[in-house]
Each structure stands twice: as structure tokens, then as C-alpha cells.
Design a protein around this ligand. Sequence first.
Ligand code: AMP
Ligand code: GLY
Length: 425
Amino acid sequence: MKILVIGMGGREHAIVWKIAQSPLVELIYCVPGNPGISDIAECPHISLEDDFSHLADFAETRQIDLAIVGPEAHLANGLVNVFQARGLRVFGPTQQAAIIEASKDFAKNLMIKNSIPTADHQTFVDADAAISYVKSLNQPVFVKADGLAAGKGAIPGRTVEEAVTAINRILVHGDFGIAGSKVIIEELMVGEEASFTVLTDGDYCLPLATAQDHKMSHDGDQGENTGGMGAYSPTPVITKSIEQEIMETIVYPTIHSMKTEGREFKGVLYVGLMITKTGPKVVEFNVRLGDPETQVLLPRLASDLVPLLNACVDGNLNLCMTEWKPETAVCTIMASGGYPSNYETGKVIRGIDDADALNDVVVFQAGTKRINDKIVTDGGRVLGVTALGIDVKSSIDLSYQGVEKINFDRAHYRRDIGYHAINRK
Ligand code: AMP
Ligand code: GLY
């Protein structure tokens, strides 16, 4: 098969790395890709502007058998619809289905209608009304922009003042642009977070392994909310019985209600969860693989990924099974100093090959760029160092051995990835 992957992050590097191992795959293209991806796939320069028509032209001329869309923004902008209209095979939800991530208000209403467990909330378009509401509540809340905000649109309101500032940022100052035309005020949930991912053909859902992300920028979950500073899989917080509860009370009701609404959902549903004292509750839905979660899930997946993706597209996922390596995977993200706020780019990165050469270590690139024969930093999250080990402690140690081989000016990473799993023991 000829496969086209769309995206340029650590997630897409992990996808390309995994499918490159499939005996079914003869050629991989990735648009736009990154320097790490270009070692294993062709990365042609194709514009993703203008309703994806250039990309669809490319897929037609090169006779692509399957396109895999990584980032949510392309899904929300209808890439899958464009490909489907041209009769091209593509993995991912349509624009109508991707709304479950692209609008938190839509997701919340769907959950309420179908009794899917989540935090109580109210939606506002008017700042004064939102402010009166948080004053009347007088308790800690989360203030969220409705639309896509690159993982930065959820702001804690630990005090009324903090919540009011967040409301003003979103509704009055327009910090999130059009994504902030509505604000969602949510009750604060208490518990441990986890990431639960399923593949779905619109009817049947096949769970992938569990994982836990580390969203905050600094050790001990301090600092600012980021796209994710590291992950590990599996996570002990999701036991077998909790997994079953998630499938029965969250995943199937969501997928089936999307179909009832005329928004059939095919692709990846990634549920961000809070495991509370009263059971798992939804923090958010995502319509694509998590990043960095993918960087720990795919190295643990023993099965070929390609037949699973084909089955989602063809509607026969019920015939598929997955096998997982028993090892634990840990991924530590190395970021540019200052991320998620201001940071500099263009710093020369050394040692990627040395880290990659360690047994059971793989480096996935994200915010990197090639200049002549050098790889330099070109984004907030620069790369992820994933290690597989017999238990969480040995994979943590190995991931940090990899990290220590890599350096660039002002590199920042957390030193406590996986600590929830260790503390639990
Ligand atoms: P979101 O963009 O909705 O995924 O939120 C980003 C992060 O904010 C989540 O991963 C949680 O850490 C935190 N968060 C969001 N909503 C809540 C909530 N209702 N209660 C507690 N934490 C939350
Ligand atoms: N790791 C969080 C996300 O992919 O949204």
C-alpha cells in the first residue's frame, strides 16, 4: 500500500515509524513531515491551504491507498470530507463528527443528552452573565474557550478573581480568537487524569492501551498547562473494571449517539478522563491520537497498525484484535525553554542519534528543522524520548538516559514523568 500521513509532530513521527514496519506498506509520504519523519518517509512540499485540494490532487496522482490525518485542526476543517468526496480512502472523522472536539459546547450538550458522566457546566456568550454566574457559584471552576486552542484553552479559576480574569481573556480580549466566542464554565473535578483511546468504525469500538499524560510544564504538576510534557503506558489508574465502565458508560454511548445525530464517527476517539471517587468522568473528547500518548502507545503495539486503520475505514473493525507488548513505555518530552509561553528557536540539537542507538529507545521529533546538515529547534515541544522497559521504573530510567544524551540550548524537560505510577506502588 501507499500511505499518506498528514501532520508534523511527534504523533505523526510515531505513526510513520509504526506503519513503516508493516509488511503491507510499500511507500509512505508525510505532509508536511519533519526531519525525523523524512528519514523514513518522503515529505513533499504540498500546501495544506485552499480546501486541501492540492493534497487531494497529490493523493490522486500518486494513487494513495490510505490517508491518515494526525492533527485535529485538519479534521475540524474538513480534510476527510474533501478526500471522501473524491473517492479517496482516508482514516479520520468527517468535519461533522470532529465537532465533538472542535466545540466543547457541542460535546457537553451531547453528554448531558445521553447521561454520559462529566463535570456540570454552563455556556455563556456574554461576559457579564458569565461573571455573575461564577460569583454566584463562589467555588473553584475551569473556564474554557469553546473551540480549538492547541490545548491551551482551559484555564483554572481557583478563585472568583482568577475565573473573572479568564472570562475576560476569552470573551472580552479575544485571546483565543474565534475559538473564544463562547465560554464554558465547568465544575472542578477531583481525581487522577488518564487518557483512554479507541479505534472505531462508527459502530464497533476497539480500545487501545491506556496512558497517562503530564500536562503541566513543571515537576509536581506545577507551572502552566501544555500540550503534554510526557506520558507513560499502561497506567494503573485504569483497572480492567474501570476500562469496562469507560466503554459502557462513555465510549459506546458517545459513538452511538453521534450516529443517531447523523454525525457518524469513524477514526480515533481519545477520551480525556478524570478518574474520580464516583467513577470515570469525561474531561474532553479528542478526535485524533493524543500527543505524546501516541509516542508510548505505538511502541507498545505488537499488532500491525495498518489492518486496524483499514478496518475502521471499511467498517469491519469487529473482526480485529490487538496485541500489546507487556513492557511499559515512558516518553519524556524535551521542550524549548519558556514553552508554553515565549521561547526561542533555531538552537542546534546534538545527540539524537546517540539516544536512538540505545536499546529499546526511540526518539520522535516534533518541533525540529533541518538547516544544512544540522537539526535545530523549531517549536515548543521539540522531541520525545520513548523507552520500553520491564516495569515503569526501568523505562523511566532508560528514557532519562536517552534525554541525557541529547542537548540544545535552554532545553527544558520534566524530571518526574511516570511519578504517579511510582507513587501508587
Ligand atoms: P481540556 O482542554 O478541556 O482538556 O483541559 C485541559 C486540562 O485542564 C485537563 O487535562 C485537566 O488537567 C484540566 N481540566 C479541564 N477541565 C477540568 C475540570 N472540570 N476539572 C478539573 N480539571 C480540569
Ligand atoms: N496529550 C494531550 C492531547 O493530545 O490532547
